[in-house]
Design a protein around this ligand. Sequence first.
Ligand code: NAD
Length: 260
Amino acid sequence: MQKGMSAVVTGSTSGIGHGIAEAFAKEGVNVVLNGFGDAKEIEKLRADMASKNGVKVLYDAADMTKPDQIEAMMRSAAQAFGGVDILVNNAGIQFVSPVEDFPVAKWDAILAINLSSSFHTTRLAVPYMKRKKWGRIVNVASAHAMVASPFKSAYVAAKHGVMGFTKTVALEVAQHGVTCNAICPGYVLTPLVEKQIPDTAKARGITEEQVKRDVLLAAQPTKQFVTVEQVAATAVFLCSDAAASITGTNIMVDGGWTAE
Ligand code: NAD
C-alpha cells in the first residue's frame, strides 16, 4: 500500500468500516466512503477525514442491495482515482430470529448486503487491479464465518459464504499481484451490536450489563470487546507489502472465541 492509492470501503459511515477508512486515510490513501446515515453528519465525517489526513475522500450512497448502484459506485471511484487499488467489503446488517419465523425479506436483505454485494464490488474491482498488477481485497466476515450461533441463520449463512468466496477469488487472482482475505472479528461494540443489547435484555429478563458479560462476552475468552482500531490495523496490515503472500485465508480477531 502506498500514499495516493485508492480504497473503496463499503458500509463506512459507521463502526468498523469507518475505522478502516480512517486508518487508510492516515496512511495517505484516498477513500470512497459508503453507507447510510444523516446527510449532514456524513458530509462532516467526509470533510474531517479528508482535511485531517490530507487525502481525497468521496462519499457514495450506493445501496448494497442494488447491483446497478454498486456498479455506478465502482465506476465513479475508478474514474475519480484512476482505478480501485483496495476494496474492503464491510457493509453488513444483522437480524435475530428462530429460523421458522425468520422474515423472508430480512433473509434476502442479509444475503444481499452481507454476501452478494461483495460479489458485485469484487467482479467490478478485479479488472482494475489486474491492470495494475496489484490489488487488495479485504472482506470483513465474522467469527460467524467459522462457527454458528442460534437464531442468526441468515447472518451465519452469509458469512460462511463470504469465506468460500474469499478463497475462490484468492485462487483466481493469485498470479496477478492481488490478494483476497477475510478478517473475522468477534464482538465489537458498534451500533450493529449495541442495537441487540436492549432487546436481548428484555427477552431474557436481565440487565444490559448482564447481556454484555453473560451473553456476548461469554463466547470470548478475553472477556473484552474487540476494538474497531484492532480490526482496522489488521486491514492495514493485509494491504501492506509484508502481507503479499497472505491470500485466501482468514485472520481471526475474536479474542479467542473460535479457539474453544
Ligand atoms: P455498523 O452498523 O456500525 O455499520 C454497518 C455499515 O453498513 C453502516 O455504515 C451502514 O450504513 C452500512 N450499511 C447497512 N446497510 C447498507 C446497505 N444496504 N448499503 C450500503 N451500506 C449499508 O456495523 P459494524 O459492526 O461496524 O459492522 C460492519 C461489518 O462488520 C459487518 O459486515 C458486520 O457483519 C461485521 N462484523 C461486526 C461485528 C461486531 O461485533 N460489530 C463482529 C463481526 C463482524
